[in-house]
Every structure is written in C-alpha cells, then in structure tokens.
Design a protein around this ligand. Structure first.
Ligand code: C2G
Length: 128
C-alpha cells in the first residue's frame, strides 16, 4: 500500500483544498492529512475560523482522506514519515523547496496551487 502525507490548516475548506487532496491521493492508495492544531496555528500566526475538531471532522468526511492526525510542530514531519511508513510527501507549490530535506525518507512532491481561491480571499470578500 502506497502511503501519501500532506500538512495544512485547511480552514474554511474550499475547492482548492479539495483539488490538492484529490491529486495527493492519486499519488498512492492511502492519504494521511496532518492537520495543524489550534496551538500550531498560533505558531504559524494563522487564525482559524473553525476549531481543530471542526476542521478534522470535515476532512474525515472527504473521500480522498484516509486518516487525519494532528500537526503540532514544524519538525514532526520526519517522525511522521517514519512512523506511518509514508512513501510520498505532498504540499502545494507555495512551499516549493521548503521540505526537500525529507528526500532521503520519501519522495517529495509539490503540486501547483489552485489559482483564484484561498481562505484569505474568502474572508476578505465576505468582509471578515
Ligand atoms: N492549497 C492549494 N490551493 C489553494 C489553497 C491551498 O493547493 N488555492 C494547498 C496548499 O498549498 C497546502 C494545502 O492546500 O498544500 C493546505 O493549505 P493551508 O491550509 O493554507 O496550509 P498551510 O497553512 O500552508 O500549512 O507544515 C506545513 C503547514 O502546516 C502548511
């Protein structure tokens, strides 16, 4: 079984997130999403509209997602990859190059971000 992992906040879930998850799953048979905890969001200076539990529940309802685990720190990725025997690490290409250090452990894939949608855009256009 080919395992894929990706990381993120996935707040105000939108079609850009779904396209990322869809393409990530297509790279294997089992997709793990490491979801930024509320505490880690603070470290990333990101304020989520939805709590971790709400964001987790939504991700778990997506057909492409097989497991959701918490992301608590920047440097848990190598341990996660070893613990879950991950074959492929995937992120959107706004992160291009940032995680190449994981290469010895697994393949590292950056997928083109979906243009025209983002959580920030949604918040701005809804006037929050
Ligand atoms: N994404 C995308 N297209 C968009 C918006 C987001 O492909 N229009 C991708 C991002 O590139 C990322 C994933 O969806 O791979 C989740 O996006 P965020 O929730 O913004 O994740 P981020 O805050 O970048 O967290 O340790 C890594 C961090 O936790 C990544």
């Amino acid at each position: 079984m080919k395992k894929v992992i990706t990381y993120g906040t996935f707040d105000l879930l939108h079609w850009g997130h779904i396209r990322l998850l869809q393409r990530a799953k297509a790279l294997g048979d089992y997709l793990i999403v490491a979801l930024s905890s509320d505490n880690f969001n603070q470290i990333k200076s990101k304020k989520s509209y939805h709590s971790y539990d709400e964001r987790k529940m939504m991700l778990e309802s997506i057909r492409y997602v097989d497991l959701v685990i918490p992301e608590e720190t920047w440097d848990q990725k190598a341990d996660d990859i070893k613990e879950f025997k991950v074959d492929t690490f995937v992120m959107g290409d706004d992160w291009i190059g940032q995680f190449d250090y994981l290469h010895p452990l697994c393949s590292v894939v950056y997928l083109p971000r979906t243009e025209g949608i983002s959580t920030t855009k949604i918040k701005t256009e809804l006037g929050r």
